[in-house]
Design a protein around this ligand. Structure first.
Ligand SMILES: *Cc1c(COP(=O)(O)O)cnc(C)c1O
Length: 424
């Protein structure tokens, strides 16, 4: 507080010297108050996600289940047997418990957890392909955004990219033709945020895995989202699950912990015991390792997959499971509480699963549409409100999709929207 006062007074003195004008007491006091409240808002702040994008990377991806939060509090708030075997009293493995759960939920032989999926891919390439060749179909040489471009990650890990096929078509014989003693891996990557349509041909993963076994080349898949369950039950399009990739016979499968798994940020690799052992022995593992809070939250989230009844307690699946009728009833109740000058309406909308690998996968949803005089100014005031509300602006309307708002927060939505509209 003292620093804020000193800074504001220094600014007032400069102004007085330059313009021979002394600011009013009230204006200096208000400026100090603004400086202080701006500073309070500098940290991470929770917000209400009215965008309808369930896995929004900018908004923190998957919210954690209550069980995962409790596990973090319990394990991270004290000491634990993180690397300690209680039976023998000797040093134990950091990953033992979560590995068992990953085996059970994916059907894989073995598993390893690192900081995120990008780290998992880097580790695989560095441990298995350094100084050798990695074969990738041209239609999967991807950039998933920001700093993750597959050719750059390959170069960094000392591997050489060998592209096969054409932009739209690739065949098994294309892979077979380039195999030499220098071939380290066949790498498949989820096409993430783009699609090629029309005259296309691809190699089914199971056939690539079989070729890999025949010629002695491990086949690795960067699955990205890492769904553990079929998404059809929520009315969504089919998304290849980790279990399917394992059953297809892939040697290693990498995926994120905070996308469709619904857990904390993490990169998970599952697959053959021999290859996972080589990853574990690589010095990068130490640099990419996860902490006790992540492991506690991941294990607690995975446990929710063991029983059908607990699945909806993963917030992501709770949101996807909400019926349109339930969403509509909430929207109607909210509409009646909003100022009529906003012309609130209940409309059908499309929510997005999001999360990079499923940008185009939509699910029917219900939104509250309001028509403020200046939608952009309204959106900005809602974003900077307390709590912050982020919505969508479309065709001069402000939309709040209810699928991504927890039902118990509807009161907050009504309060923020009313208070923003009164400021206008
Ligand atoms: C999201 C994604 C990644 C990166 O995962 P992070 O956990 O964010 O590092 C890598 N590959 C694919 C295909 C992805 O979709």
């Amino acid at each position: 507080m003292k620093r804020a006062i000193a800074e504001e007074l220094a600014a007032a003195r400069t102004l007085a010297l330059r313009e021979e004008r002394i600011p009013e007491y009230d204006s200096v006091r208000d400026a100090i108050a603004r400086r202080l409240s701006a500073r309070e808002n500098e940290g991470l702040t929770p917000l209400l996600n009215g965008t309808g994008i369930v896995l929004h990377t900018n908004l923190g991806r998957a919210p954690l289940a209550p069980q995962a939060l409790a596990a973090i509090a319990e394990i991270a708030g004290g000491y634990s047997n993180l690397e300690f075997d209680l039976r023998s009293g000797n040093r134990g493995s950091r990953y033992a418990r979560v590995t068992d759960l990953l085996r059970e939920t994916t059907g894989a032989d073995d598993a390893l957890v690192v900081n995120n999926c990008a780290a998992a891919v880097l580790l695989i390439l560095e441990a298995l392909a350094n100084g050798r060749e990695v074969v990738v179909a041209r239609n999967q040489v991807i950039e998933i955004g920001g700093a993750f471009r597959l050719p750059d990650v390959l170069r960094r890990s000392g591997a050489q990219l060998v592209e096969v096929g054409t932009t739209n078509r690739v065949r098994l014989s294309d892979f077979e033709a380039v195999v030499t003693p220098r071939t380290a891996l066949f790498l498949r990557s989820h096409q993430s945020n783009y699609r090629i349509e029309g005259f296309i041909e691809d190699v089914p993963p199971g056939e690539l895995a079989a070729l890999g076994r025949r010629v002695g080349v491990p086949v690795v898949e960067d699955l990205g989202s890492g769904a553990l369950i079929a998404l059809e039950r929520f009315g969504l399009a089919h998304e290849r699950t980790v279990g399917e990739a394992v059953r297809d016979g892939l040697s290693l499968v990498a995926f994120s912990g905070d996308k469709l798994l619904g857990g904390p940020q993490a990169g998970i690799v599952v697959g053959s015991g021999a290859l996972i052992a080589r990853l574990r022995a690589n010095p990068l593992v130490r640099a990419l390792r996860v902490d006790k809070a992540t492991l506690a939250a991941l294990a607690a989230t995975l446990r929710l997959y063991l029983q059908e009844e607990t699945l909806a307690q993963i917030p992501l699946y709770g949101m996807l499971a909400q019926s349109l009728d339930a969403l509509r009833a909430r929207a109607e109740a909210l509409r009646e509480r909003l100022p009529s000058e906003l012309h609130p309406r209940v409309i059908e909308s499309e929510a997005y699963v999001g999360g990079g690998t499923l940008p185009a996968t939509t699910i029917r949803s219900i939104a509250l549409e309001i028509a403020p005089r200046d939608p952009d100014a309204f959106a900005e005031r809602a974003r900077t409100g307390e709590p912050a509300l982020v919505g969508r602006t479309e065709n001069q309307r402000f939309l709040i999709d209810l699928r991504t708002i927890p039902p118990e927060r509807d009161d907050d939505v009504a309060r923020i929207v009313s208070s923003v509209s009164h400021q206008a």
